[in-house]
Design a protein around this ligand. Structure first.
Ligand code: NAI
Length: 332
């Protein structure tokens, strides 16, 4: 039995979390959940944004499944997602985007995995505002070590999973220091993996290529901000934010979560698609070595996605979050 920390999160978080835990129960997955929350909800209850009990649970279990957590825009608290990623050095944000039979999109044959550096860059939290001058500075901190780690992880993943090519998306033509540092780190990592093709693309061209001919990409690696934006773009290519998984992975801890946020526009209405969180949970099962259970649930999910009627509204169906989960359970 694997002990896993479960963070339901905000907005649609509790609805999609319930769908996933119901499916896991029905499939008799050997996972025992330890539920802990964070964010505005826990702050209102106990005055703690990231409760000590949650940190203890994470440090003990080393694996978590997390729903989305709301971050206030402008003022208010710092992102809990970013804080957890930095605190535990979860430097790899791994986000696969793949075409799925049954999900209607403009494209076919997409199967790419994005590696986003998860702890530095423009999300380092190094910002100053000089009110007198009206100038805000946000520092784009890129380190040799951080760049080496994420680039090496992308190549190691490609080698392990029989992938052929790694593309680095960067802006070294303008960001002469930070961009070039990442580019050099990636070239260095590529030398260790001569069997994998390495190419680099400037981020603006990368965006155009992704919407024009996305099937040309295999493994993509990039810095924090570019990766944040590209992963939503890639989600749009394969069916939207409701269907793409994600994982924050460090050397000894992993937190699995969907790419999407707390979706306040549909929260509490039973409209949220739980596929993204379910696919993140399946990545978690592979990470835990429970490949057979992951494949069993994956098959039931794929079968459900084939029939639009059985899916949620974002995929053109009429099912609620819980009905969609039940449709998957029926196919287990
Ligand atoms: P969002 O990802 O929550 O929503 C964007 C759009 O996609 C909305 O129209 C929403 O209804 C739709 N959508 C998202 N997930 C869906 C699902 N499972 N099924 C069907 N439709 C879905 O992005 P938004 O609105 O920019 O952010 C809302 C909040 O989420 C913010 O406070 C943001 O900081 C937070 N956020 C948290 C993340 C995390 O916890 N890892 C990641 C991204 C955003």
């Amino acid at each position: 039995m694997h002990l896993v920390t479960l963070i339901p999160g905000d907005g649609i978080g509790p609805e999609i979390t319930k769908a996933v835990t119901d499916i896991f129960t029905a499939a008799q997955v050997p996972v025992q959940w330890e539920e802990q929350n964070a964010g505005q909800t826990t702050f209102d209850q106990s005055g703690e944004l990231i409760p000590t009990a949650l940190l203890k649970s994470l440090e003990k279990n080393k694996v978590a499944l997390k729903g989305p957590i709301t971050t206030p825009v402008g003022k208010g608290f710092r992102s809990i997602n970013v804080t957890l990623r930095q605190k535990y050095d979860l430097y790899q944000n791994v986000r696969p985007s793949k075409t799925t039979s049954g999900i209607v999109t403009r494209y076919e044959g997409i199967d790419l995995v994005l590696f986003r550096e998860n702890t530095e860059g423009l999300y380092s939290g190094l910002e100053v505002y000089d009110e007198r001058l009206g100038i805000a500075d946000s520092f784009n901190r890129i380190t040799v070590e951080g760049s080496r780690k994420i680039c090496r992880a992308a190549f190691a993943y490609a080698a392990k999973h029989g992938r052929k090519k790694v593309t680095l998306a960067h802006k070294a033509n303008i960001l002469k220091m930070a961009g070039t540092l990442m580019l050099n780190a990636c070239k260095e990592a590529s030398n260790e993996f001569p069997q994998i093709v390495f190419e680099d693309k400037i981020i603006d061209n990368m965006c155009m290529q992704l919407v024009n001919k996305p099937e040309q990409f295999d493994v993509v690696v990039t810095t924090n901000l570019f990766g944040d934006i590209l992963s939503d773009l890639c989600a749009g290519l394969v069916g939207g934010l409701g269907v793409v998984a994600g994982a924050n992975i460090g050397d000894d801890m992993a937190v699995f979560e969907a790419v999407h946020g707390s979706a306040p526009d549909i929260a509490g209405q039973g409209k949220a698609n739980p596929t993204a969180l379910l696919r993140s949970a399946l990545m978690m099962l592979h990470y835990l070595g429970e490949h057979a259970k992951a494949d069993q649930i994956e098959k039931a999910l794929e079968g459900t996605l084939l029939n639009q009627e059985e899916c949620t509204g974002d995929l053109g169906g009429k099912a609620s979050t819980s009905q969609f989960a039940q449709n998957i359970i029926n196919k287990l």
